[in-house]
Write a protein that binds this ligand. Structure first.
Ligand code: GRF
Length: 205
């Protein structure tokens, strides 16, 4: 097998998607290894999970930087210091500059809890319910400068059930997120999914 790709994960909170990636990468045939977890929040619970797994962690608080550009430069320095080849955003709650997203174009993905392009941004479950959506789900997409706008790598859809609340929907979508994100990273790290221009090219196994 070719060398496993070095992947850093950016988080801001609990890090359950990060944990799903770490667990998946324990398989010897998984094409990526999680080599570092970076948070903009010093108290992000996911940092402790990562450290307990023996993974390098770093904190760069956006509050310590005068501009988005300076903050993103600090993130970039950590990632390059780790020799990261790919970046997974996993509940990372900062908007990134075009320069940063440009540096990682085609090498950085995000998971979003909706069927993009529907419901970009926050409160997706509540908004899906209020819109009367019959289906909801999650999307893994390449990161481009526009928030939740990059080309879709893969999606998972679930039905909205009678009686669903934002909480019940969120819980079922999260189960799908934890299944989907490791699959998507495997596609990316193995080269079976690539960003070419604005399109995602999938190469069958
Ligand atoms: C997930 O729902 C993810 O899709 C969204 O933020 C949430 C992060 O949860 N971007 P966790 O930190 O991975 O548990």
């Amino acid at each position: 097998m070719t060398a496993r790709k070095r992947v850093a994960v950016l988080i801001s909170g609990r890090g359950s998607n990060m944990t799903a990636l770490i667990e998946a990468a324990k398989a010897s045939d998984y094409p990526a290894e999680i080599i570092g977890v970076l948070s903009n929040k010093p108290d992000a619970a996911g940092l402790q999970t990562a450290a307990a797994e023996g993974i390098a962690t770093a904190i760069r608080s956006h509050r310590d930087y005068a501009s988005r550009e300076a903050f993103d430069a600090a993130l970039h320095a950590v990632l390059t210091g780790w020799n990261a080849e790919f970046v997974c955003l996993a509940g990372f709650m900062r908007i990134l500059t075009p320069e940063f997203t440009g540096n990682w174009l085609g090498r950085m993905i995000n998971i979003h809890p909706s069927l993009l392009p529907e419901f970009r941004g926050l409160h997706t479950h509540d908004r899906a319910l209020k819109a009367g959506a019959a289906e909801h789900g999650c999307t893994v997409h390449f990161v481009t400068p526009g928030l939740d706008e990059g080309p879709t790598l893969t999606q998972s859809r679930i039905p909205v059930l009678p009686g669903d609340t934002a909480e019940s929907l969120q819980a079922r979508v999260l189960v799908e997120e934890h299944r989907l994100y490791p699959l998507a990273l495997a596609e990316l790290a193995s080269g079976r999914a690539r960003l070419v221009g604005d399109e995602v090219i999938h190469t069958p196994r």
